[in-house]
Design a protein around this ligand. Structure first.
Ligand code: NDP
Length: 326
């Protein structure tokens, strides 16, 4: 009987390393031999026990996974095929990717985009998918590369790093906001041309400030999002996807009613399959893969508790891929 080491929440407090067997796998059409997962802010909350992410216990952590189909009751997927799953409630309502074998319903499975390795799909992961969903939403709202500068907040993190890389690759002028001046060269390397101190966005200003941004991708929330809205130019849009700086929004309606600014909410977890497929297709086509490695590190699952603490403290850089066999 093969054993699958897993990082599992069993009660209050941090997740524990537990050995699972095939008998522990949940229902689903597709069984996947997991090769990589990734580290997202939500994984930090789950693994450390500091955020209530799991809706039931025990729960295997890891909101993403990528690997090879070992068995499939759905002819859409064949044994040996490389696939990935991001979001869909993994580690919340269903066991997730911090293990070496998992089973999921086939509707959750995405075929690996051609041209990407399994490791690269997890370098993208939920954070990168979210960055792409933000870009799609901004484009759908009318943003174009010649429209002006686009701001990305939390640029040193996972969503932010992929967003800077994507936007610069698409020809946008990108401003990156970070609280870590030591990341300026790294962010310029991803394509940012303006660097903004995150403290400048974190203090309350006027309800309508100087119009600086044609659009923005915000993973911070709180006062930062309010400031970004106040600095967004006429007809511009802000894609809001995160809350590392707070889940409040101390804003006024003035940017909406005097400048026609739009606030676009982004969710990657319940995102419908057609939009998800569109996003992965665009990631395969538009993400400069040769530069994705510059924002990616690969870390062992055995270090997951230290990694969870680091991402919650805002001290990880770019995307962290998790090698579930190490
Ligand atoms: P990361 O921790 O990788 O990145 C967050 C970055 O935000 C940090 O690197 C840091 O960047 C900055 N930051 C951290 N703390 C603060 C703070 N107190 N105030 C201002 N900036 C701060 O996280 P992810 O990129 O994985 O996720 C970012 C956010 O997006 C999270 O809130 C996450 O929950 C959310 N998210 C939402 C999704 C959705 O579907 N809506 C999907 C994925 C993520 P720097 O040092 O450069 O300032």
């Amino acid at each position: 009987m093969s054993v699958h080491p897993a990082i599992v929440l069993t009660g209050k407090g941090p997740a524990e390393r537990v050995d699972l067997t095939d008998a522990d796998l949940p229902d689903g059409e597709v069984t996947i031999d997991v090769r990589y997962s990734s580290l997202n802010y939500k994984d930090g909350l789950a693994v450390s026990g500091r955020g209530k992410i799991a809706r039931s216990l025990p729960m295997t952590c890891g909101i993403d996974l990528a690997g090879t189909v070992s068995a499939s009751a759905d002819p859409a997927f064949a044994p040996g095929q490389e696939v990935l799953v991001t979001g869909w409630g993994l580690s919340e309502t269903r066991p997730g990717g911090y293990t070496t074998r998992q089973r999921v319903p086939s509707r959750m499975v995405t075929a690996k985009p051609s041209g990407m390795t399994l490791r690269q799909t997890m370098a993208v992961g939920t954070a990168g998918l979210t960055a792409m969903l933000c870009v799609l939403a901004l484009e759908d709202a009318g943003l174009r590369p010649d429209g002006g500068e686009v701001l990305v907040t939390g640029a040193g993190g996972g969503v932010g790093g992929v967003a800077v890389l994507l936007l610069s690759g698409l020809g946008y002028r990108v401003a990156a906001s970070t609280g870590r001046p030591e990341l300026h060269d790294y962010l310029r390397g991803l394509g940012a041309t303006t660097l903004v101190d995150r403290a400048d966005l974190a203090t309350a200003g006027r309800p309508l400030d100087k119009e600086r941004w044609a659009g923005a991708i915000d993973g911070v929330g709180g006062q930062t999002l309010a400031t970004v809205l106040a600095q967004t130019g006429y007809g511009g849009s802000v894609a809001a996807c995160g809350l590392v700086g707070g889940n409040d929004l101390p804003a006024t309606v003035l940017p909406f009613i005097l400048r026609g600014v739009s606030l676009l909410g982004i969710d990657s977890v319940r995102c419908p399959a057609d939009r998800r497929d569109r996003a992965w297709h665009r990631l395969g086509a538009d993400l400069p893969l040769s530069r994705l490695d510059s924002l990616t590190t690969v870390e062992p699952l055995s270090d997951i508790h230290a990694l969870a603490d680091r991402i919650l403290a805002g001290r990880t850089l770019g995307r962290v891929v998790i090698d579930v066999h190490a």
